[in-house]
Design a protein around this ligand. Sequence first.
Ligand SMILES: [Zn+2]
Ligand SMILES: [Zn+2]
Length: 340
Amino acid sequence: MLQANLVKPEKVILEEVEIPSVRENEVLIKVKYCGICGSDIHSYKGKHPFVHPPIVLGHEFSGIISQTGKKVKNFHKEERVSVEPNIVCGKCYNCLHGRYNICNYLKVIGCVGYNGAFAQYIAVPQNKVIKLPREISFEEGALIEPTAVAVHAVRKSKQKIGDKVLILGAGPIGLLIMQVAKVSGAGEIIITDLLDYRLKKAKELGADKIVNSVSRDLVEFIRETYGENGIDLIYECVGREETLSEAIQIARKGTKIMIVGVPEENPRVNLAYIGDRELELIGSLMYIRDDFEEAIDLIQKKKIQVQPLITHSFKLKDIKKAFELILKKKENVMKVLIEI
Ligand SMILES: [Zn+2]
Ligand SMILES: [Zn+2]
């Protein structure tokens, strides 16, 4: 089979390897679509804090079961599936307390310690496989994973009905959080980005206010528009020092800031504000099964739209072109899928 191996930063080689053999508790999946995630871009550039080449990337995928291990009872050949890519120990403190997304021994398919789905086939433990309802296409199936990230972040934020919500960053995660936040009862959603086409998409998908933070000073805009009471909840979906620092400046005293973006470098922010304003900076990492199931439900029932986020699709052999397209930031790129 063909796989795309990231052997060192910015160097992906296509190689022919054996189809993985299936252990008794595993399922072999013929991959159909796999999305390129922001974190894959960090990895590609050699800037992801936890991803070390050589590795086959790819953790947002859908496919068809082509073989099942001896002990697999609930899945069958030809079934359409997606995969929850976090592989956990099941024994550490957090695993035993329902928070296996932050397992001490976390491995992530296509990220950490486990080859991913930029390959024709992948073998995964059966307990990580999840059936794809008929209403969800393979393309949409590749967006369940990022949707689960959004569901987890919104759930962790304990967002309240009617909350005024600010989302920094209108990339795929920002736009998914926006939709999930809306379904969860947000009163008003303001979303910001540097790129107009992303903001246009945000508007189409239901943003109440869009702000291009190149042409408008965001801190000032929020102060002028919302006065003293400001914003109730902020989702930082960029992971840059500037946006983190903006979030801290914008936050009303006592506000929550959800940290969803993955920072590339070590961002330096003014922690003095955290104490002084009693801000809550809350991290959100991946998801657990409930979030994944909720994501599937939202897509299946068309409560949120994922199809409009898909802007490009490339064949596996052209995966380098896909990465380069995203890095160039020229065309109107949102979610790029690899068709396998
Ligand atoms: Zn991802
Ligand atoms: Zn664990």
